[in-house]
Design a protein around this ligand. Structure first.
Ligand code: DGJ
Length: 734
């Protein structure tokens, strides 16, 4: 049993294969957190909590004269509000009488032998082989009637625990929810580091590691989407934790909207982690009988370091999150028209690119932005999803037919959530976008955002996209989103509900994706938001691959892909070879290195292949061939970060290893070259110690132990930005 309750100590113990999570119903009904870490058998952990009389720490009324019971320092599972806990909390409310108190106490609990699935939001689901139980602990504020159901999903074999909260207003008056976390975790110590992933457009998910310090540290998004700036993922780890050792906790929120992740080291050096919807811009009116569910948080613990933590997320996300039937299957190698032609194309130009790309061995041609309305630049036409016949004389159908006749599949770019003021859609429905009447609208990339909190707008989009998908033979859709939200105000909601718009937008988006993406399982949907501006687990639920960044420079990509790899499987990451000098950085890197870097994910191309020489196209063909040879490792293997582009200025290296350890592919890119430099070695990982491996192109057979401990010397003749890639196959198993 992965979830047990000890009646005499009132302790819940949630056990996975290698981790335990414990909490107890304390005196007066408060739910206290006791432990999260390595597997333990105990269900009496009471000694861990030292009740003390601490100055300026108030005591709940029920405690009577007991000055040692205070919520000011006790570790809680879902903290109270305005009840003597001054840390950043789980919830903030406004009751009908204007009071801001939520004081939830355990009323009862249920244990079910299945995974709870969230309504209207993506969440993990149990696979056929999984042992999953769900514990729901009902907390009730007896005065306001607000109930908080804390929901814990325990994936025993996979070392994963999920948390979410369902609020139900059982009272007789409305309650306004101003802050709502999916989970709070109170640690009784704080000697940890935090790792989070920060960035900007074209430089997403740079790994940042800082010590936990006194005070409140927060990351999050208030841009309406999960954002380029911070990813909804966080690691808390021991100070000496590295790739191969140390206790690490992972937090990953399955949500695409405004989120908040806080780490607060309090006066007693205890640590509180809060994760949930960002309260900035959020306020939800809960009338009697109404309910509101938080997004799901995926928690993982390992004592084996950062790689093991990544593997837990890669596996659970591939196995239990992504709904695409392609998640573990080979994907087409695409050639995308964006950096090849931008808006400047006609059918002939596209067909020429497609034709010349045949020699490269690609599988699918993607027509990016610029094919609809009168879109010759980014000032107009979003919302008018009808083909521009001036550019494509026989429409999408004709183009798709010709592409298919060449033997390629066909893909298309859309950006359904947006509208241009210069569009028929905007002219007929000016109230369908997020803006406040009487105020000039804030534009982003000249465009406005459709109001997906409105069901009529969602219905329109579902019909429009489904119509488009039936217009031509389309095997791939790139779903883009190119601005941050602002003026989250909806014409259909009254003033008391405008604080709901950001979250309702996200729910509307999920509804549309449910109706479009899940009903077209044969089409591969690639997520995108100006590159990686909405690179989050909820988008991975719908899209087996996500365009990782608008920065296609191979050297920049080393950092971007490194940061992305901590939580997301590399098969979720679409990466393209583009032209040099690179359009974003101006850097020139060899075609070989560009290929190696793009194979650290789902390989594709984004260039005008007519401008490549025949030799270069032939080189691309060999790249595609190589990639397909080890594609299975990218899709379903284990991933190892062999060196960090931050800590190691000289080279960045990574490795895929098959689950049975019989095959592996290693990639190394030199990022700095000194004259007469030191001999450097790349130490491999994940191999069988006893197994003996043949290195591609060499006669030698070496043991896994040697390759992992002594490593492989980096060839001294390698120049700056040059790369090597080689395969290892197990020659003898011992
Ligand atoms: C942003 C995307 O990330 C690019 O790849 C491209 O599709 C453009 N949008 C098109 O407008």
């Amino acid at each position: 049993m992965s979830i047990t309750y000890n009646e005499s100590t009132k302790t819940f113990l949630l056990n996975t294969k290698n981790s335990s999570y414990a909490m107890k119903i304390a005196p007066y009904g408060y739910l206290l957190h006791l432990y999260y870490g390595r597997l333990i058998p105990d269900s009496d952990l009471d000694y861990l909590i030292q009740f003390q009389d601490r100055g300026f720490s108030p005591n709940p009324f029920e405690a009577g004269n007991d000055r040692c019971f205070s919520l000011d320092f006790l570790p809680q599972e879902f903290s109270t509000s305005e009840s003597g806990d001054y840390r950043s909390g789980s919830i903030e409310v406004e009751n009908e009488d204007g009071s801001r108190i939520f004081c939830g106490k355990v009323s009862h609990f249920d244990i079910e032998p299945k995974k709870h699935l969230l309504k209207g939001m993506p969440s993990l689901r149990a696979g056929d082989q999984d042992t999953v139980q769900t514990l729901t602990i009902h907390l009730q504020d007896e005065i306001s009637g607000l109930q908080a159901d804390l929901i814990y999903g325990v994936f025993e074999e996979k070392d994963i625990i999920t948390r979410s909260v369902l609020l139900v207003n059982n009272g007789s008056g409305p309650v306004r929810i101003n802050r709502f976390m999916s989970a709070t975790l109170d640690y009784m110590d704080s000697d940890y580091d935090l790792i989070y992933f920060a960035g900007r457009h074209t430089m997403e998910r740079e790994a940042v590691r800082i010590p936990v310090e006194r005070g409140l540290h927060a990351i999050g998004s208030s841009r309406g989407s999960s954002s380029h700036q911070y990813n909804p993922s966080l690691i808390l780890c021991e100070k000496n934790a590295g790739e191969e050792h140390g206790c690490c906790y992972g937090f990953s929120l399955i949500y695409s909207g405004n989120f908040l992740m806080e780490a607060e080291k309090d006066q007693y050096s205890q640590l509180r982690i809060n994760v949930g919807i960002n309260p900035r811009g959020f306020s939800w009116l809960l009338n009697p009988g109404d309910s509101l569910e938080s997004p799901e948080l995926v928690l993982a613990f390992t004592a084996q370091g950062l790689t093991a933590l990544s593997h837990l997320y890669h596996d659970i996300f591939r196995d239990n999150l992504c709904r695409s039937p392609y998640v573990k299957k080979p994907r087409p190698v695409v050639i995308n028209s964006w950096e090849a032609a931008y808006f400047d194309f006609d059918e002939k130009k596209l067909l020429d690119i497609a034709q010349s790309s045949l020699q490269m061995g690609v599988d699918l041609f993607v027509l990016d932005d610029g094919w609809f309305g009168k879109r010759d630049n980014d000032c107009c036409s979003l919302g008018d999803w009808t083909v521009n016949y001036a550019k494509l004389k026989d429409g999408l159908k004709g183009l798709s037919q010709r592409i298919h006749q060449m033997g390629l599949s066909f893909g298309l770019w859309i950006e359904p959530e947006m509208v241009s003021e210069d569009s028929d859609l905007y002219r007929s429905h000016p109230d369908w976008c997020l803006r406040v009447p009487g105020r000039p609208a804030v534009r982003g990339r000249y465009q406005l955002v459709l109001d997906l909190s409105r069901s009529d707008v969602c219905d329109y989009l579902i019909a429009a996209i489904n119509r488009l998908l039936s217009e031509a033979r389309i095997e791939y859709i790139k779903w883009d989103m190119n601005r941050s939200l602002s003026e989250a105000w909806s014409s259909l909601l009254d003033r008391s509900r405008q604080g709901e718009v950001y979250h309702r937008y996200v729910l509307g988006l999920y509804h549309i994706m449910d109706q479009v993406i899940l009903t077209h399982p044969d089409i591969i949907f690639c997520g995108c938001s100006g590159g990686g501006g909405r690179y989050d687990p909820a988008m991975y639920y719908y899209h087996p691959q996500i365009w990782c960044s608008d920065n296609t420079d191979a050297i920049s990509r080393l950092k971007i892909q490194y940061g992305t790899s901590f939580f997301y499987p590399m098969s979720a990451l679409e990466s393209h070879v583009s032209i040099c000098p690179n359009h974003q950085t101006g850097r020139t890197v060899s075609l070989k290195t560009r290929g190696i870097t793009a194979m650290d994910g789902i390989l594709g191309y984004e260039l005008d292949s007519t401008r490549l020489s025949s030799e270069e196209r032939e080189q691309c063909r060999r790249q595609v061939e190589t990639y397909k040879h080890f594609e299975e490792l990218v899709l379903n293997g284990d991933y190892y970060r062999l060196s960090s582009p931050y800590a190691n200025p000289y080279f960045t290296a990574w490795q895929f290893v098959s689950k049975d350890k019989k095959r592996s592919v290693v990639s190394v890119v030199l990022t700095d070259k000194e004259s007469n430099d030191a001999q450097r070695f790349v130490k491999l990982r994940g191999l069988s110690r006893q197994g003996r491996y043949r290195i591609e192109g060499q006669e030698r057979i070496l043991s896994g132990a040697l390759l992992m401990n002594a490593g492989i010397p980096i060839p001294s003749g390698l120049k700056e930005y040059e790369g090597i890639q080689f395969e290892l196959t197990m020659a003898e198993e011992r």
